[in-house]
Design a protein around this ligand. Structure first.
Ligand SMILES: [Zn+2]
Length: 165
C-alpha cells in the first residue's frame, strides 16, 4: 500500500504535548465555534458535525465528529451513533458530486497506538482518494498551499450543500 506524504502534518504533531495530551480539545472547539468557515465546519446536525481536517492527508480530508466529547464507540448511545453514520453517508455523497474522487478511506483510529491524534474525542476520518494521488501529493507539499486549498474546498462543499439541501 502506498503512503501519502503529508509533511505539513508536522505542525499538528508539534502541537501535541510531551505527555500526549492537547492543550484543549480542538473538536469541542470546532463544535462550539461561532464562525463555521473559520472553524472549517461545513455540515452540522444535532448529534454530529463534519469538519475539514486542518492538517489533511489529502484534499478534502474530513472528520465526522459526535457532538459529545466521548472517546469510545461504547460510550455513544444509538441516536448519536446513527447520526454519525448518516452524516458520513451524506458527506460521501456531496464529495462524489463536488470532488469526484476515485475512492475513499473511511474509518476510526481508536487509541493513540492506532494513530488517534485525539483519543479523548471520537472521530471518523474520511480521506478522498484519487488514482495516482500518492504521486501527486508531493507537488502540494508546500505548507502555504494548504490554507488556501482548505478554504477553496470548504467553499465548494458549502455551496454544493446549499444548492441541494
Ligand atoms: Zn472534545
Amino acid at each position: 500500500m502506498d503512503t501519502l506524504w503529508a509533511p505539513w502534518r508536522m505542525k499538528y504533531i508539534d502541537g501535541i504535548n510531551n505527555d500526549g495530551s492537547h492543550s484543549g480539545c480542538f473538536l469541542c472547539a470546532a463544535r462550539d465555534a461561532k464562525d463555521d468557515r473559520e472553524a472549517l465546519v461545513f455540515l452540522r446536525r444535532p448529534h454530529a458535525f463534519a469538519v475539514l481536517n486542518r492538517f489533511p492527508y489529502n484534499n478534502g480530508h474530513t472528520l465526522i465528529v459526535p457532538a459529545a466529547h466521548k472517546g469510545d464507540l461504547a460510550d455513544l448511545p444509538d441516536d448519536p451513533m446513527l447520526a454519525l453514520m448518516t452524516l458520513t453517508r451524506d458527506v460521501l455523497a456531496v464529495f462524489r458530486r463536488v470532488l469526484r474522487p476515485d475512492g475513499f478511506n473511511v474509518g476510526f483510529n481508536v487509541g493513540r497506538t492506532a494513530g488517534a491524534g485525539l483519543p479523548e474525542h471520537l472521530h471518523l476520518h474520511i480521506v478522498p482518494r484519487w488514482n495516482g494521488d500518492t504521486n501527486f501529493m508531493p507537488v502540494l507539499a508546500d505548507t502555504k498551499v494548504i490554507p488556501q486549498a482548505l478554504e477553496d474546498v470548504y467553499d465548494r462543499l458549502t455551496k454544493a450543500l446549499q444548492d441541494t439541501p
